[in-house]
Design a protein around this ligand. Structure first.
Ligand code: MRU
Length: 326
């Protein structure tokens, strides 16, 4: 895995040799972004099965999945990836261990390949929604780094550019982990898509200016009513977008939908360590003993969401119906 904690200053890779390594990589955000976490989880299970032995395989699978489950709570793709692998294991039970290993490794590789194709399909569905000749605002990183490749929100942007649209991107820096500054700008630079970095508190100013044609963000979990959990700060951007008549699009695979939850109120929100807020690159920016809140995600109510772009098509309100159809 490319180590996303080190980008853009260093391009380093982490090799995970065990499922425990994968769990640590997800928890510590070596790898991040909902779809990438889902793919990593599937790969983690495959790695676990490769090293498992014949005796008590069920218990070992439970342990592998439990360990990976307890890494990050919000992105539903994690649980989706684990469930897909668990279901496959159930269907293979009784077969020789070598055959189970082979099938589960192949499945994890398949999950990765499918994710790239899904992102390209999201891009195709979304490209037409992006206004030509305008700036697109995005928050966090919902790009190739956050997926197996191409990206969800950045996939829509890539597809718009590939279709000949002249767009540029404003990237919110995305405090406290700086996914926008460190990852989105880096990624767009690789593709020579013009990118401008702004601090999170500049979003309102630019949304009011008339320069921003639309907002496109990713998602970590979308409830049945279309409420969207995404990186902290997304909600503020959505409200400011609506206030200024700017369309707010969410790009996400169907595996990010959690139709078991009626609304976003039920989405578990991850709380991350205080040090992410009090320190920047290891340097304290607040007095010692500062009380901190650090929710990693917020929930944008469906009324702010213009459309949800998936690989199966575009959903619009009322989301209860449109998401279920997808
Ligand atoms: O904490 P992170 O960096 O994993 O949060 C990522 C996001 O919020 C992304 O917008 C979301 O996972 C979609 S990635 C295609």
């Amino acid at each position: 895995m490319i180590d996303q904690r080190r980008l853009p200053l260093r391009e380093e890779y982490v090799t995970c040799r065990t499922y425990e390594d994968v769990a640590v990589a997800i928890r510590d955000m070596v790898i991040r972004g909902a779809p990438a976490i889902g793919v990593a989880a599937a790969m983690g299970v495959a790695l676990g099965v490769l090293h498992a032995d014949d005796i008590g395989l069920d218990t070992q699978i439970d342990r592998i999945c439990d360990t990976l489950t307890r890494t990050r709570p919000t992105a539903v793709n994690l649980f989706w990836g684990l469930e897909r692998m668990r279901r496959l294991y159930q269907s293979l039970k009784g077969q020789p261990l070598a055959a189970i290993r082979e099938r589960m490794v192949a499945e994890a590789c398949q999950v990765r390949l499918e994710d790239i194709a899904i992102n390209q399909a999201i891009g195709k569905h979304g490209a037409g929604l992006v206004p030509d000749g305008k700036t697109i605002l995005t928050h966090c990183n919902a790009g190739a780094l956050a997926t197996a490749g191409y990206g969800t929100a950045l996939g829509v942007i890539r597809a718009a550019v590939e279709s000949g649209k002249k767009v540029d991107v404003f990237a919110d820096e995305t405090r406290p982990f700086l996914q926008g500054a460190r990852l989105t700008v880096w990624e767009l630079q690789q593709d020579h898509i013009p990118a401008t970095l702004i601090t999170d508190n500049m979003a309102g100013h630019f949304l009011k200016s008339g320069r921003i044609g639309c907002v496109v963000v990713g998602a970590d979990r979308i409830a049945a009513n279309g409420d969207v959990a995404n990186k902290i700060g997304t909600y503020s951007v959505a409200v400011l977008a609506k206030e200024n008549g700017v369309p707010f699009f969410v790009a996400a695979p169907v595996s990010t939908l959690d139709l078991t939850l009626a609304s976003g109120d039920q989405i578990p929100i991850e709380r991350r360590p205080d040090a992410e807020v009090t320190h920047v690159f290891g340097t304290a920016v607040a007095p010692e003993g500062t009380h901190v809140e650090n929710p990693a995600f917020d929930v944008t109510p469906n009324r702010y969401v213009t459309a949800i772009i998936t690989e199966r098509g575009v959903a619009r309100a009322p989301y209860e119906e449109s998401l279920r159809r997808l």
